[in-house]
Design a protein. Structure first.
Length: 363
């Protein structure tokens, strides 16, 4: 559905885009728009008809009109909402960001506004002395059962001590474990690994008894290599290994094909630096996503490689594998981020190369 902005709102959105730092040259306009539509199934249609030559304001007017009239680039997501959310993410806070967030309340968007990284201005009608309790910025209220679910799932996250270092893995079935290729690169390496369950502290700060498992003799092994840069379909940096004597009664973190969007949040259960099991729940925005790669600000450390990346519904959307000053695939710019490989890409690789393993995971 097209979004028919009022002339005043249309002009202000175009003005905000025209003043954007990356809108001052044709090359940087192209980079910005590629970033906006990265991962969209209709990115070629969105960008194919655009003329980006001209003044910043004139081209901004054309682009806002195009996105407003394009409608949805995928079910439940207006293209204009994607553009506005990108501008909100760049602005963070301030009057312009508050104005852009307000569009989602005043127009029939089905696209959700980007999660707020700051505290927006007050949008209510009450005076200050009448305000008692409100949601300020992003609604961070969660049901308590979320903590119970995460605690239950965390039991399947494992510290890996191998011949060449430490890493993290997680059980995807009762006896199959997933980690990175750069943590376990061969069956021979797997045979030299110890898989430590319950390597964590209890509520009194004391270490729990550790359950150590080993690789199953003549067990299943599947791997995809590590790319020299961002992951690709022939280099997804994952390994699946069959583990003998894993604890019973675990809730496996079963990979599923699922969507993940920029400005959503992801949680990572991990063994950073080989330390006791930890969970990262804050400062965890998704900054970039395409068909293979997802980049986020969720905290990790060396040793976190191979950790499950969870969406808000507890779906494993990626496996963490890198961090630092990373390339963003669409723009080739570098950003300080952490990165995971999307589970949808990994599952497609498993389905193609090893359908029997795919059936075991999905069954």
């Amino acid at each position: 559905m097209a979004i028919a902005l009022s002339s005043e709102d249309f002009d202000r959105v175009a003005d905000i885009l025209g003043r954007h730092g990356d809108w001052q040259s044709v090359r940087t306009r192209i980079d910005l728009l590629r970033d906006v539509v990265a991962g969209s199934p209709r990115q070629a249609d969105l960008l194919g008809q655009l003329d980006l030559d001209g003044s910043p304001h004139g081209t901004a007017v054309r682009v806002v009109w195009h996105f407003a009239n394009f409608g949805q680039d995928e079910p439940g997501r207006e293209s204009l909402g994607v553009l506005v959310n990108k501008l909100i993410a760049h602005l963070g806070g301030g009057e312009d960001a508050d104005f852009l967030r307000g569009l989602f309340a005043r127009y029939p968007f089905t696209t959700k506004p980007a999660a707020s990284r700051g505290i927006p201005g007050w949008q209510g009608t009450e005076t200050g002395d009448r305000v008692v309790e409100k949601i300020i910025g992003e609604n961070t209220l969660r049901d308590v059962y979320v903590l119970e679910m995460l605690l239950d799932l965390s039991r399947s996250v494992v510290r890996i001590q191998g011949p060449s270092g430490l890493g993290t893995g997680f059980m995807i079935t009762a006896d199959l474990l997933m980690t990175n290729h750069h943590v376990i690169g061969s069956f021979e390496e797997a045979c030299g690994c110890a898989f430590h369950f319950n390597f964590q502290l209890d509520r009194s700060g004391k270490a729990l008894p550790v359950h150590t498992a080993r690789v199953a003799k003549d067990g299943l092994f599947l791997t995809s290599p590590l790319s020299s840069s961002n992951a690709s379909m022939d280099a997804l940096d994952y390994t699946i290994v069959q583990v003998d004597d894993a604890p019973r009664g675990l809730t496996p973190l079963v990979p599923k094909i699922s969507s993940i969007r920029r400005d959503s949040r992801v949680t990572i259960i991990q063994h950073p630096g080989g330390d006791y099991k930890k969970i990262s729940l804050q400062n965890n925005f998704v900054e970039y996503v395409d068909e293979i790669v997802v980049q986020y600000t969720t905290s990790t450390e060396p040793g976190s490689s191979g950790s499950p990346v969870l969406a808000d519904d507890f779906t494993v959307v990626a496996i963490h594998h890198a961090g630092g000053n990373l390339f963003e695939p669409a723009t080739k710019r570098r950003y300080m981020r952490n990165e995971g490989v999307r589970m949808s890409a990994i599952l497609e690789d498993i389905r193609t190369r090893a359908p029997e393993v795919y059936n075991r995971i999905q069954g």
